[in-house]
Design a protein around this ligand. Structure first.
Ligand SMILES: [Zn+2]
Length: 84
């Protein structure tokens, strides 16, 4: 195995580690996704005008974590990375 290959593997491992850390944060008990809470509560919230706040107005914060994971995945599979 060449030094370059070793570095590439190390690079992938590091990114995989970080992706897992972000997944753990997303799934941690203290991350309460507004959308999941909305579903679990089973009673739609009502705004000051008495309008039911719809499911699609409740932002799913899991997506924020997934976006970070996606960015890391792009980095991981970017073959040009580190070749400069
Ligand atoms: Zn969510």
């Amino acid at each position: 195995m060449s030094k370059g290959e070793m570095n590439a593997n190390k690079h992938d491992e590091e990114i995989e580690d970080i992706m897992q850390m972000v997944r753990d944060l997303r799934d941690a008990d203290y991350h309460v996704c507004p959308e999941i809470k909305w579903e679990q509560d089973g009673c739609p919230e009502v705004d000051e005008n008495g309008e039911v706040i719809g499911k699609w107005d409740v932002a799913c914060s899991c997506n924020d974590f997934d976006q970070v994971i996606d960015r890391l995945r792009e980095l991981k599979y970017n073959e040009n990375w580190g070749c400069k």
